[in-house]
Structure formats: structure tokens, C-alpha cells
Design a protein around this ligand. Structure first.
Ligand code: NAD
Length: 362
């Protein structure tokens, strides 16, 4: 019985007692209830499915619960017991956060999800394995998952966090055949937040008021786009001149470098990163569910007009109910333009190492 039906008195309540008895709903466990979830936002309530409940998946579920942005969170894991453990733990937080239906489910729950977040992947172990090994294993895990999801005719947005996120976003788009705007990677949304926070600290303003983007690969070839960076609409160099601050290129280089290596440093210190990415994913989900048309640096198929080839990487993109609807060209210096081209070439080389169907599906 759907919750919609459960909340709404129906004519059956007026029937004779023996008939009412037949209508008594079966209160199963959390798993059983997931079979009867209401359709997502395209129907009635906002549902987010999270595939993979490791550090990133579980933290994202918690961040979503705290945000209050969704009505239903479905956790899907290959070991269902782990998903159920997280469900029970998260439901203990419900009274203190937001009334949200958190359940353990399976791939059939993805069909009516507004957003399907994929966080299943290779555990983050810096320096332990080659990038290519991680790439192949991550791709093989993702392939099985997206093919399962595709069987259930997903009507929502596929949001990928698993690494290497740009390559996997491209592969997921190809493997599923979904419209490109509906397959998004978390991309450099996290790197952009790291960049803006550091710039805000340097100039003594809130990161909210720093408009600056990290574009390209979520990885070593990322590009901190300083030419387009603004504080209160003012280019950084002009801002420094007006404020009597030094426009110190060495500090900016250090910030760019710190931003690029921040994830690695956290991994070295505690073995995983999850609060930042969990919050970034929650931000993207909010933009989708509220049809915000927020400009976020998520990874998506680059438009042909940008002359970077067929590749997914991050550029400032308009994100709303239909996923990415526009990718915005921003002013770049010659050096930045060369750097974004190099980033695209590196990603295309990774793409070529995988068994991804050739030819555009767009
Ligand atoms: P984790 O090891 O804690 O969790 C991985 C999850 O994947 C587990 O729930 C596991 O059951 C599941 N899984 C593994 N193989 C599977 C398979 N074959 N089928 C189904 N599920 C499978 O790892 P984590 O720390 O949560 O990281 C998850 C992913 O997120 C990694 O790829 C990591 O690199 C990535 N990540 C991305 C960002 C980003 O900014 N995009 C940041 C942090 C982590």
C-alpha cells in the first residue's frame, strides 16, 4: 500500500467492519516498505536512490537527511545487511532532523527516483594501485550497476560520484543511452568549493561571495580558472588594488596547488574523504529537485561548440530538474585554454582504455 493511499482516507473506511479487516495494511519491515514507495517527483514526492553505502554513500544519505530536501532516500548496496544497518542508524536521526522515509531497496527502486546517486566503487587507497587498475575496476563495477538501472527505465537524473568520475560519467552516458544532460558527474564541484574557501580566506571574505571555478578533470589536470574569478563582481586583481591588498601570484599558485592535492592530503590523514563530497552531492540534488538552474561545476558531456571533443568534464553548468541544460563558456586566458584542452585530451585517453561503445549517442 502506498503512503499516499495510507495518508488519505478512502471509501473503504466506510465499508462494513469485516471488509475493513481485509484492508488492514501489512506493516512489513523497512525492506518490504521499499517495494511500495510512491513515485518520485515526476509523480508525487522527491525520491533519491543511493547506490553504494560505503563512506561516500552513507555520508551523502546523512547530508540529504539533514538537508530535508527529499521525502524518500533509498539505499542500495550489494550487501543488503549493510544498507539496512545504515537505514536503521539514519532513522534514529529522523526525529532530530527531518521526517524522511529512509529504506533499503534494490535497483527496481531506481525507476521512479528523481536522482540516482552512484557511489559504489573502488575503495580510496592512495598510491596502493595503479590508476589504470582503479580505472578498469571502477568501470567494471559501474557497468554492472548502470545496466541494472537502465533495465528499470529510470526517469530521473544519474549522478555519479565514483572515481574516476569524469571517465565514469562518460561511460555511464554511453552505456545507458540516456540523454547527455541526465548523466552528470560530481566533477569539480568539490574542488570548486575547496578553491573558493581558500580564496575567501586569502582575501578575508566569505566563500559564498567568491565566484570562481575549478574546471576540467576532477583530478590532477584540473584547471583553476582565475581569469574569470570575481569577488563582489570585481576581478581579483582589481579587487586587490581597490582594497590595498597585494595581488600575489605565488599565493594564488599555492591555493591552486592545495586545491588540487586537498583530497589526497585528507586520504593520507584519515583513509577516506566523504563530508565534502556528501555535501557537494546534496547541493547538486537540491538544485535538481528545486529546479534551481544553479550554476555548478558538474561533469557532463561537453558541447561540440567548445571544441574539446567528445568527453565529459566539468565546466560551469546550469543544473535543474532536467539535469544539465546548458554548459557555460567562461572567459579563459590562453594558458587556461591550453590547460583545459590538455585536461580533455587526458580524459579522452582514459576513455579510450575502456570498452565504451564508439560513436555519439547524443
Ligand atoms: P567505500 O569502499 O567505503 O564504499 C564503496 C561501496 O561500493 C561499498 O558500499 C561497496 O559495497 C560498493 N561496491 C563495491 N563494489 C561493488 C560492486 N561490484 N557492486 C555494487 N557495489 C559495490 O568507498 P568510498 O570511500 O565510499 O568511495 C566510493 C567511491 O567514491 C570511490 O570510487 C571513490 O573514489 C569515490 N569518491 C569520489 C569523490 C568525488 O569527489 N567524486 C570523493 C570521494 C570519493
Amino acid at each position: 500500500m502506498s503512503n499516499h493511499t495510507r495518508n488519505k482516507p478512502s471509501n473503504t473506511n466506510l465499508k462494513a467492519p469485516h471488509q475493513e479487516t481485509e484492508q488492514i495494511p501489512d506493516h512489513g519491515d523497512a525492506h518490504d516498505r521499499s517495494r511500495n514507495l510512491r513515485p518520485g517527483v515526476r509523480g508525487r514526492v522527491a525520491r533519491v536512490a543511493i547506490v553504494g553505502t560505503g563512506f561516500v554513500g552513507a555520508t551523502t544519505a546523512y547530508a540529504l537527511l539533514i538537508s530535508g530536501a527529499v521525502a524518500e532516500i533509498v539505499l542500495i548496496n550489494r550487501d543488503k545487511k549493510v544498507a539496512e544497518g545504515h537505514v536503521n542508524d539514519l532513522r534514529d536521526a529522523e526525529l532530530f532532523t527531518h521526517t524522511t522515509r529512509v529504506v533499503a531497496g534494490d535497483f527496481s527502486d531506481c525507476g521512479a527516483a528523481d536522482v540516482i546517486i552512484i557511489t559504489a566503487g573502488v575503495h580510496q587507497t592512495p598510491g596502493m594501485r595503479s590508476r589504470l587498475d582503479d580505472l578498469k575496476e571502477g568501470a567494471s563495477i559501474l557497468r554492472d550497476i548502470v545496466l541494472e538501472i537502465a533495465r528499470h527505465d529510470p526517469g530521473g537524473i544519474l549522478l555519479i560520484a565514483s572515481n574516476p568520475v569524469d571517465v565514469l560519467t562518460y561511460a555511464a552516458w554511453k552505456w545507458t543511452g540516456l540523454p547527455a544532460g541526465r548523466v552528470i558527474g560530481s566533477g569539480t564541484s568539490l574542488d570548486t568549493s575547496r578553491f573558493r574557501r581558500r580564496l575567501g580566506e586569502l582575501y578575508g571574505v566569505a566563500p559564498d561571495n567568491v565566484h570562481a571555478y575549478v574546471i576540467g578533470e576532477h583530478g590532477d589536470s584540473q584547471v583553476p580558472a582565475l581569469t574569470s574569478a570575481r569577488i563582489a563582481g570585481i576581478p581579483l586583481e582589481d579587487f586587490c588594488r581597490e582594497q590595498g591588498l597585494p595581488y600575489d601570484k605565488a599565493s594564488l599558485r599555492a591555493i591552486a596547488n592545495d586545491t588540487r592535492t586537498a583530497g589526497h592530503q585528507i586520504l593520507q590523514a584519515k583513509g577516506a574523504t566523504y563530508y565534502g563530497i556528501g555535501s557537494a552531492l546534496t547541493r547538486v540534488v537540491g538544485a535538481i529537485l528545486r529546479d534551481e538552474r544553479a550554476i555548478l561545476t558538474v561533469s557532463s558531456l561537453v558541447p561540440e561548440s567548445m571544441d574539446l571533443g567528445e568527453v565529459c568534464l566539468s565546466l560551469p553548468a546550469v543544473v535543474g530538474r532536467d539535469g544539465v541544460t546548458r554548459v557555460l563558456p567562461i572567459p579563459l586566458s590562453d594558458v587556461e585554454r591550453q590547460a583545459i584542452k590538455a585536461s580533455a585530451e587526458i580524459l579522452k585517453q582514459y576513455n579510450a582504455m575502456l570498452d565504451i561503445p564508439k560513436g555519439s549517442l547524443a
